[in-house]
Design a protein around this ligand. Structure first.
Ligand SMILES: Cc1cc2nc3c(=O)[nH]c(=O)nc-3n(C[C@H](O)[C@H](O)[C@H](O)COP(=O)(O)OP(=O)(O)OC[C@H]3O[C@@H](n4cnc5c(N)ncnc54)[C@H](O)[C@@H]3O)c2cc1C
Length: 152
């Protein structure tokens, strides 16, 4: 077995196939990572959320990171890391079209809204204002575990 670096195109293909990743953000030098659903349109990664810690932290520090993986037979895997920037999509006239675009991409996946609209003890938090946000793809890298040794 061997590990190889993936091309940018291969990394983007993994992002496009997937819909679950791990979102990392940082505040006062403290990291925080949570699983999220996302949709990727080749430029941005879109996410739906309720208000909470990750939103507060990214509003303060927009530097974010998303990791997505695929696993296969024989414990083979592909893993992609995106370094990006948080950009909130409030329901304003200026951002209306992009917000609808994010919604239309996300709603293609069944129950995409459910984890992002739930908080402990409340079931679904229907009274809270839903937040759509984008993470830009500022940098991307990927590694793949191969069944055979990677060529040198
Ligand atoms: C497969 C999957 C998909 C998900 N998709 C989405 C999505 O698309 N959008 C979305 O907003 N959320 C999604 N979630 C839930 C997400 O992981 C967070 O739990 C949720 O968004 C709350 O995050 P918050 O920062 O607002 O936490 P808050 O409600 O503000 O709570 C912060 C506190 O709770 C703890 N905490 C929060 N979330 C978790 C967690 N997942 N595991 C352990 N401790 C936690 C933190 O350590 C912190 O102490 C998904 C979860 C899973 C498992």
């Amino acid at each position: 077995m061997g590990v190889r670096d993936m091309t940018e195109r291969e990394c983007r293909e993994v992002l496009a196939r997937g819909n679950v990743g791990h979102l990392a953000c940082v505040h006062d030098s403290r990291p925080y990572v949570v699983p999220i659903h996302y949709a990727f349109d080749a430029e941005n990664i879109y996410v739906f959320s309720l208000p909470g810690q990750k939103i507060d932290w990214m509003r303060t520090n927009p530097n974010a990171c998303i990791q997505v993986e695929e696993t296969g037979e024989l414990h083979l895997w592909k893993s992609v890391v995106v370094e990006g920037t948080f950009r909130e999509l409030p329901d304003t006239a200026q951002l209306h079209d992009e917000r609808i675009h994010a919604w239309s991409l996300l709603q293609k996946r069944s129950l995409w809204w459910e984890p992002g609209s739930s908080k402990p003890g409340t079931g679904s938090a229907e009274t809270e204002v839903p937040i759509f946000f984008a993470i830009s793809v500022d940098g991307i890298s990927g590694r793949e575990l191969l069944a055979q040794a990677a060529p040198v």
